[in-house]
Design a protein around this ligand. Structure first.
Ligand code: NAD
Length: 441
């Protein structure tokens, strides 16, 4: 089979590389010439564990190609994936201009039957718009090439994307013809061999499934953060409560960790987009509206604790921040809670020195030189009045607290991810603040 994947971001590059890994001929396309030039030299536009090796292996094997020319790559393709961004528009709805632009270009250049698949997260009804763009473009050419559209939302998690793609919990595909189902079954067959299920459904249901999945996950996070905040007020320990409820199989242990709110390129925009879709169709997503407002407030919780601890006197304080990316094992800074916290610290007159194992180059695009970037996690602590744990990278979990005591000016830790043991730190003389547990200082 021969396929094209349009968009070489977190989703497109992982998708294309994983299909190449199972022997399929793949061309990854991007409009960004610099990204494609870099990919030709083995430089990836994103950080994703294991991806660099997999890309170079498949390029060397002659199965994975990169190009800016969709017009050439689309020729003789069996399947073309659209994996470009769908950022939120000003009103919160998903902006489809990139997706529909690619659809038009496909229609202008396709030469044979193929399945055009939206992998980008798109609202219900988008596949129909994709079909129309392609049909209109073909009509302009005076061509009537047969094609199908399909919806194949992506569920990978940044930081574990390769494993998620190769061993998916499920593959969801929305189709409107048997022929498209056959092509998609053939394409995904290598990933199904170990019992990973493929679920075929109608196209609108597939489009909605992605939003429902992300909205459910965001709901779990906001729900748990709400419970955590109440635990703190009432003197309960959210870690205990989490274990207590997680042991109920109907609730489960995953995704019920309290913290400083969800970020990233997906949950915030997808929750917003679903709220907007509902509004446009005369319905209110009341739960999701609450999920969003709890999350907005939660991103400020750590800052509020800092302010309270220092009695509102933050002018001139030096703050160390560990972790900038919205979650560990990615360099993705989109909607990261760190941005909200740092902005508030700077506005109060603090100076900030941050360390992140991989996201600092990406963070510089938004934070520039408003903060200092440390070369390692310990350097960030030198003479700092407090440490804020913002992202729970594994290397932050068991640090040398003795060394930390010596480097910090004041032994104060604000842990937005609850990665330390409160009793242990208090015994070591730290003032320790975390989420959902009332700690003595
Ligand atoms: P991204 O911003 O990392 O990558 C998008 C890429 O598309 C960019 O490299 C951009 O240059 C390219 N592009 C834009 N217009 C183009 C065009 N006309 N032709 C060719 N390339 C073009 O985005 P992403 O994080 O990979 O997300 C892509 C889609 O997948 C979004 O809809 C997102 O919601 C969805 N999604 C993302 C994730 C995730 O974890 N990042 C997971 C599941 C689904």
């Amino acid at each position: 089979m021969k396929i094209a994947v349009v968009g070489t971001g977190y989703v497109g590059l992982v998708t294309g590389t994983c299909f190449a890994e199972v022997g399929i001929d793949v061309t990854c396309i991007d409009i960004d010439q610099r990204k494609i030039d870099n990919l030709h030299q083995g430089i990836l536009p994103i950080y994703e564990p294991g991806l660099e090796e997999m890309v170079s292996r498949n390029v060397a094997a002659g199965r994975l190609h990169f190009s800016t020319k969709l017009s050439e790559a689309i020729k003789d393709c069996d399947v073309a994936f659209i994996a470009v961004g769908t950022p939120p528009g000003e009103d919160g709805s998903a902006d489809l201009k990139y997706v529909l632009g690619v659809a038009r270009e496909i229609g202008e250049n396709m030469t044979n039957y193929g399945v055009i698949v939206t992998k980008s997260t798109v609202p219900v009804g988008t596949a129909a718009k994709v079909r129309k763009e392609i049909t209109d473009a073909l009509a302009k050419r005076g061509e009537a090439i047969d094609f199908d559209v399909a919806s194949n939302p992506e569920f990978l998690k940044e930081g574990a994307a390769i494993d998620d793609f190769l061993k998916p919990d499920r593959i969801v595909v929305g189709v409107a013809s048997e022929r498209a189902e056959e092509v998609m079954t053939k394409l995904y067959k290598p990933f199904l061999l170990n019992g990973h299920p493929i679920i075929f459904m109608d196209i609108p249901s597939a489009e909605m499934t992605k939003y429902a999945a992300n909205s459910m996950l965001a709901t779990k996070i906001s729900f748990m953060n709400d419970i955590a905040n109440l635990c703190e007020i009432m003197g309960a320990d959210v870690n205990m409560v989490r274990k207590g409820i997680g042991s109920d199989a109907r609730i489960g242990t995953k995704f019920i960790y309290p913290g400083i709110g969800y970020g990233g390129s997906c949950f915030p925009k997808d929750v917003k987009a679903l709220i907007k879709t509902a509004q446009e169709n005369g319905y209110q997503m009341q739960v999701l509206q609450a999920v969003e407002s709890v999350n907005d407030a939660q991103k400020e919780v750590l800052f509020d604790k800092v302010k309270k601890h220092f009695g509102g006197e933050l002018q001139g304080k030096k703050m160390a921040v560990w972790g900038l990316s919205f979650k560990p094992k990615t360099d993705d800074m989109r909607e990261a809670p760190s941005l909200v916290i740092i902005e508030k610290l700077l506005a109060e007159g603090c100076t900030v020195t941050a360390y992140d194992p991989v996201a600092m180059p990406e963070a510089k695009h938004s934070l520039g030189d408003t903060i200092t970037y440390a070369k390692d996690q310990m350097e960030a602590l030198i003479d700092a009045d407090a440490l804020l744990i913002v992202t729970e990278w594994p290397e932050f979990r068991v640090p040398n607290f003795e060394v930390m005591s010596r480097l910090l000016k004041q032994k104060v830790i604000f842990d937005g991810r609850n990665i330390y043991d409160a009793a242990e730190l208090q015994e070591a003389g730290f003032a320790y603040h975390c989420i959902g547990i009332r700690t003595a200082h």
